[in-house]
Design a protein around this ligand. Structure first.
Ligand SMILES: Nc1nc2c(ncn2[C@@H]2O[C@H](COP(=O)(O)OP(=O)(O)O)[C@@H](O)[C@H]2O)c(=O)[nH]1
Ligand SMILES: [Mg+2]
Length: 390
C-alpha cells in the first residue's frame, strides 16, 4: 500500500514536471520578436579585412517586448521642442553606441577608481595597463600616465577624481587637434572622397553622411565608383533613393575614374552642394587599389582643382590595431584628411579613437554607431569622452 501511494506521488510529480516543461518550451519557442534585420555582410570581403567582431562574445540582448521595427522606422520619442528632441536623441544614441566601451572601461577601472585605494606606483602601473588595453595607443598613454605621476608627486593632483578628470581632459585635447567637422569648399560642389577596405562600412557610412547633409538641406550626389562588386552599385542606389540623394552610376566593371568624371559633371551642372565618391577597397590587390584611388583623385582635381576637399578613410573600430595598420597604409598613398570610424557600437575598445589620433595623427570626424542611416555622430571629443566615462 505504502509503495502504491509512493508510486502514485512519484507519477503525479513526473506528470507535473512534464506539463511545466511543455509550458516553458511553448513560451520559449514563441517568436521572440527579435529584430530580423539581416546584416548585409559584404560578399567578397577579403580575409585580411575580416573584422574581429567582439559582438559574438557579448550577451544576447533581451528580446524586446514589441516587434522590433526595421532600422528605417525607429519609433520617435515624444517631442519637447524639435531641437531639444534631436539633441536628446543624439545623446542617447551616442550613449547606447558606446555602451560596450563604457561597460568595458568600467570593468577595467573597477579595481582602480574605488574608494579608499591609495594612488601609488601600483595604481599608476595598473592605470597605464588598463588604458593601453583599451586601444588608446601605447605612447600616448605612457605620456599621460607620466604626467599624472609627476603631477601627483608635486601635489597638483591629489585624488583619484582629479586623475580621472585629467585623463579625460587630455583625451579631449588630443582628439581635438587636427580639426573637427567637415571642410566645405568655398564654392560648390564640395567633393568628398571615401576610401577603406571592403567591409569596413564605406557604403553605409556614405549613406549616413549623405543623410545628415540632406537633412541639413544640402543637395547631395553620390558617385558609385566602386564598380568592382556587382552588389556595390546596387547597394548605393538603394541607399540614395532611401535618403533622397542623386546617384551617378555606370555598369559593374566600368572605369571608376569615368564614373567619378560623370558624377563631377552632374554635380556641377545640377548645382549640387556635395558630391560623395564611393570607391572599391580590395586589399589583396593593394597596388591596383592604391593606383585606382590615385587616379580618382586626379580626375577630381582636373574638374575641381581644389578638390577633393575631404578624403575620409573608413576604419572598422572592431578590428582594433588592424584598423590602425590600414590607416597607415592608406595615408601613405592618398591625402587622408579624416577618419570615419565605424562599428563603434560593436566594440568595447572605444579608446581606439584616442589611439588613432596618437598613432596616425588623423582626426576622427565621424563615428558610426549602428547600421541605420541615423546611426552617425559627428565627432565631438568632449561629448565622446563624457559618454565613454559616464
Ligand atoms: N554595427 C554596425 N555595423 C555597421 C556600421 N557601419 C557599417 N556596418 C555594417 O558593416 C557591413 C559592411 O558595410 P558596407 O557599407 O557594405 O562596407 P563597404 O564594403 O566598406 O562598403 C554592413 O553589414 C553594414 O551594415 C556601424 O557603424 N555599426
Ligand atoms: Mg561598399
Amino acid at each position: 500500500m505504502t509503495i502504491a501511494v509512493g508510486l502514485f506521488a512519484l507519477l503525479t510529480a513526473a506528470i507535473g514536471l512534464i506539463l511545466l516543461r511543455t509550458a516553458r518550451q511553448a513560451r520559449v519557442s514563441k517568436p521572440t520578436q527579435k529584430s530580423s534585420a539581416k546584416r548585409t555582410v559584404p560578399h567578397d570581403a577579403p580575409p585580411t579585412a575580416a573584422p574581429t567582431r567582439e559582438e559574438t562574445a557579448a550577451p544576447a540582448p533581451p528580446a524586446p517586448a514589441e516587434p522590433a521595427a526595421p532600422p528605417s522606422s525607429k519609433p520617435k520619442e515624444k517631442r519637447v521642442t524639435p531641437a531639444e528632441a534631436i539633441a536628446r536623441e543624439r545623446e542617447e544614441r551616442l550613449l547606447k553606441g558606446l555602451e560596450k566601451t563604457r561597460v568595458g572601461l568600467a570593468a577595467r577601472f573597477k579595481g582602480l577608481f574605488k574608494i579608499g585605494r591609495p594612488v601609488d606606483e601600483a595604481f599608476l602601473d595598473e592605470l597605464e595597463e588598463q588604458m593601453i588595453g583599451s586601444d588608446m595607443g601605447v605612447e600616448g598613454v605612457m605620456k599621460i600616465v607620466e604626467d599624472v605621476r609627476e603631477m601627483y608627486k608635486s601635489k597638483q593632483i591629489e585624488s583619484q577624481e582629479g586623475i580621472r578628470d585629467y585623463i579625460k581632459d587630455e583625451m579631449v585635447k588630443t582628439m581635438s587637434e587636427g580639426g573637427i567637422g567637415l571642410t566645405f569648399a568655398p564654392t560648390t560642389p564640395t567633393v568628398i572622397l571615401v576610401a577603406g577596405v571592403n567591409g569596413s562600412g564605406k557604403t553605409t557610412s556614405i549613406a549616413k553622411l549623405a543623410n545628415l547633409l540632406v537633412q541639413e538641406g544640402k543637395k547631395v550626389i553620390l558617385a558609385a565608383s566602386d564598380t568592382f562588386r556587382a552588389a556595390a552599385v546596387e547597394q548605393l542606389d538603394i541607399w540614395s533613393q532611401r535618403i533622397g540623394a542623386d546617384i551617378v552610376k555606370h555598369q559593374t566593371g566600368a572605369d571608376p575614374g569615368a564614373v567619378t568624371f560623370d558624377a563631377l559633371d552632374a554635380a556641377i551642372a545640377r548645382g549640387a552642394d556635395v558630391l560623395i565618391v564611393d570607391t572599391a577597397g580590395r586589399l589583396h590587390t593593394q597596388q591596383n587599389l592604391m593606383k585606382e584611388l590615385g587616379k580618382i583623385e586626379r580626375v577630381i582635381k582636373k574638374k575641381v582643382p581644389d578638390g577633393p576637399h575631404e578624403v575620409l578613410l573608413i576604419l572598422d573600430a572592431t578590428t582594433g590595431q588592424n584598423a590602425i595598420s590600414q590607416g597607415k597604409l592608406f595615408a601613405e598613398v592618398i591625402g587622408v584628411t579624416g577618419i570615419f570610424l565605424t562599428k563603434l557600437d560593436g566594440t568595447a575598445k572605444g579608446g581606439i579613437v584616442v589611439g588613432l589620433k596618437n598613432q596616425l595623427d588623423l582626426p576622427v570626424k565621424f563615428v558610426g554607431l549602428g547600421e541605420s542611416p541615423d546611426d552617425i555622430e559627428p565627432f565631438s571629443p568632449r561629448k565622446f569622452v563624457d559618454a565613454m566615462f559616464e
